[in-house]
Design a binder for this molecule. Sequence first.
Ligand code: ATP
Ligand code: MG
Length: 405
Amino acid sequence: MEYTEIMIRYGELSTKGKNRKDFIGRLAGNVTKVLRDFPQVEIHPKHDRMHIVLNGAPFKQVDQHLKKVFGIQTYSPTIKTEKTLKDIEETALALMKETYHEGMTFKVNTKRSDHHFTYDTNELNLMVGDYLFDHMSNLKVEMKHPDIVLRIEVRQDAVYISDELLHGAGGMPVGTGGRAVMMLSGGIDSPVASYLALKRGVDIEMVHFYSPPYTTEKALNKAKELTGILANYAGRINFIAVPFAEIQETIKEKIPEGYLMTVQRRFMLRLADLIREKRKDLAIFNGESVGQVASQTLESMAAINDVTTTPVLRPVATMDKTEIISLAEKIGTFDLSIQPFEDCCTIFAPPRPKTKPKMDKAREYEARLDVDGLIERALDGIEVTPIYPDEKFLANKAEEDTALL
Ligand code: ATP
Ligand code: MG
C-alpha cells in the first residue's frame, strides 16, 4: 500500500509571531530544495504542521532526503481515504497487515478536527479496533506502550491514517540562525562540528586552507567531498579554498619551532575572519575539542583567539573523541575523514608544539612577519565553489581501476 502524504510536526518552535513564520517559511523552502528531484510533490506549510502530498512519489525515496532536514521533530507517512466507515476500516486493515507481526501490540488512536463527522473518536477507536480483530488473528491491544499506534485523523477534506511515527532530524531549519564561516579540515572533527552548526539552524560556508605543492589535489578534493556529504543537510554549501603555502613557508623560516603552530593558527583565524566579514557572515565555527591536541588547550585557544573579537563557536568543544566518532559515523563522514590524504597542518606540524603558548610571545614573533602582505596575497588566491548534496570529487575505486585497464 503506497503512502499518499506525509505529515510533519515542527521541531523546537517555542517562538511566536514573525519568528514562527520565518521558521515555517525556511523549513518549507528547505524541504522544497531537498525534494527537487520529485517535481510532482506538493508542499503545504500550515501554522501547526506541514503536509507533503506525494502524488505518486515513492515515500521510501522521499524519506531518504526528508530525514536530513533540520526543524522536523517527527513525521508520519499517511494514507488519505474517503470519509466513510468502510474506507477507513479497509485502509486501516491494509496498513496493519503490512506492519503487524506476530506478538506485536497495537492501539487505535483517533483525532477529529471535523467535529460534525458521524462518529466521535471513541466510537471510531472501537469500531476500527473491532474490524481489525474480525479480520486478523492473534491481535493484541495495549494502551500504554503499544508497538503500533494506528493514527486516524478526521479532517474536513478527508481521513488520514498512519501506522508510523518517525523521528526527524530535530534542530532548527538551516538559515533561521543566519550564516557563518566554518573552518573545515579533512579530519574527523570539523565535519561533525559542521553538522552541529547546521542543526542549530546556522547556514555555513566552508573555509579550507590548502598548501600546494605540499598538499595534494586529493586532500583538497577530500575536503570538497566531505562538504558534499554535509550539503545533504543544507541543500548547498559554498566551499572557499584559501592558499596557505606561502604563509606556512614564511612561518617555518622565521618563527621559533615551539610557536609554529600557534602562529599558523592565528593566521588561519585571521583569514577566516576577513572572509567572514567580506561575505557578511556572523560568526566563525571550528572543530576544536578541549585538550585533544596541543593547539586545543585553553592556553592555546586563548593565544590563537587573540586575533579576533568575532564569536568563535566550537560545537564539539566538550565532546570525547569517541563521541565525535560515533556522530561522524552516523552522519556518514567518518569513512572519508579517515582516508589518509595529508592536509596542510599535518605537513607543517612541528614535532613539539607548545601546549601552553604565551599570547605576548606569539604577538612578538609574529611582528617579524609582513602579516598584511601575506594575508592580502592569500585572500587574492581564494576560490569559491558551490557544492551540492553528495557531489563527488574523488574518483571512486571502480573508476580508477577502469582507467588502468
Ligand atoms: P579535524 O578532525 O577537524 O581535522 P583535528 O582534531 O585534526 O580536527 P586540528 O587539525 O588541530 O584538529 O584542527 C583544529 C580545527 O582547526 C579543525 O577542526 C578545523 O576547524 C580547523 N582547521 C584545521 N586545519 C584546517 C584547514 N586545513 N582548513 C580549515 N580549517 C582547518
Ligand atoms: Mg585536522
